[in-house]
Ligand binder design. Structure first.
Ligand SMILES: Nc1ncnc2c1ncn2[C@@H]1O[C@H](COP(=O)(O)OP(=O)(O)OP(=O)(O)O)[C@@H](O)[C@H]1O
Length: 246
């Protein structure tokens, strides 16, 4: 198992946003993290990447917590945030070199991979440009190129589809598939439920800082036989029921 979250209570202040979160992402799996706005998806991700400290509970990647060896823990993760984080003073080429240095990659091999990725995402002629001036989707592609340069064990992708054109979305899904095929684990938060249904192996549905349910589509269909058969139907049924309870 790559990622294990046990009894996580956490958030930004003393009042927890996350209340006893438990789930796992195994080798070779793509798991969809699904939930309404404010459900706690990004907060969960911020805990996994070590930006937030749990108030209670434990997060391990391949059995290690961030507190045992912060650098080794973080090197196992490649993270694509919802909003691209770029350095205004660095060119695209410099962003790639920075990733190579941060992950201690072999520069020749990494540049070979980078050139393929740049071609796929139609950025090959923009190496000397400053990504800070790119369009929203192009900035996201820079984050994707840098993340997929690494040999991470765990990819965390926060809402990737909203800024990407259909071609780039398809290319990203192919990249994710290639990574799970080599045994990497992928956790992806998304609101695009038809794509999630088609590509994810399992789903973790968050509601109000708790795991409302989790499992593959078949498990969810069996658990909620009255809500419909698609992920979208089941999720909408649960979300509306959750709203009434609040
Ligand atoms: N930096 C922050 N400081 C304090 N509270 C925050 C902060 N970021 C998020 N929150 C709160 O944490 C809760 C969960 O937010 P989070 O961003 O994790 O939701 P989300 O599921 O990712 O939503 P979305 O689908 O809108 O991205 C919300 O109530 C939000 O107001």
């Amino acid at each position: 198992m790559v990622l294990k979250i046990e009894h996580l209570v956490g958030g930004y202040s003393q009042i927890p946003v996350l209340k006893d979160i438990n789930f796992e992402v195994h080798e070779g799996e793509l798991v969809g993290l699904i939930g309404l706005n404010g459900a706690g998806k990004s907060t969960t991700i911020n805990h996994i990447i070590g930006l937030l400290t749990p108030q209670k509970g434990k997060i391990t990647i391949n059995g290690k917590t961030v507190y045992q060896d912060s650098e080794a823990y973080k090197k196992q993760i490649a993270y694509i945030p919802e909003l691209p984080v770029l350095y205004p003073e660095l060119t695209l080429k410099e962003h790639i070199n920075l990733t190579i240095m941060a992950y201690h990659l072999d520069p020749d091999q990494a540049w070979q991979r980078a050139n393929q990725l740049l071609k796929t995402f139609r950025l090959a002629n923009k190496l000397e440009w400053f990504p800070d001036n790119f369009s929203k989707g192009m900035k996201q592609k820079v984050m994707i190129v840098c993340a997929f340069l690494t040999d991470a064990q765990l990819y965390i992708i926060d809402e990737p589809f909203l800024g990407l054109d259909p071609l780039a979305t398809d290319d990203l899904l192919k990249l994710i598939k290639a990574q799970t095929a080599r045994g990497a684990a992928v956790l992806m938060s998304t609101h695009v439920l038809d794509t999630a249904e088609k590509y994810c192996d399992r789903f973790v549905l968050l509601h109000d800082g708790r795991v409302q349910t989790q499992g593959n589509l078949e498990t969810l269909q069996t658990q909620y036989p009255d809500l419909g058969t698609s992920l979208s139907d089941i999720y909408l049924g649960l979300a509306r029921a959750g709203e009434k309870d609040d």
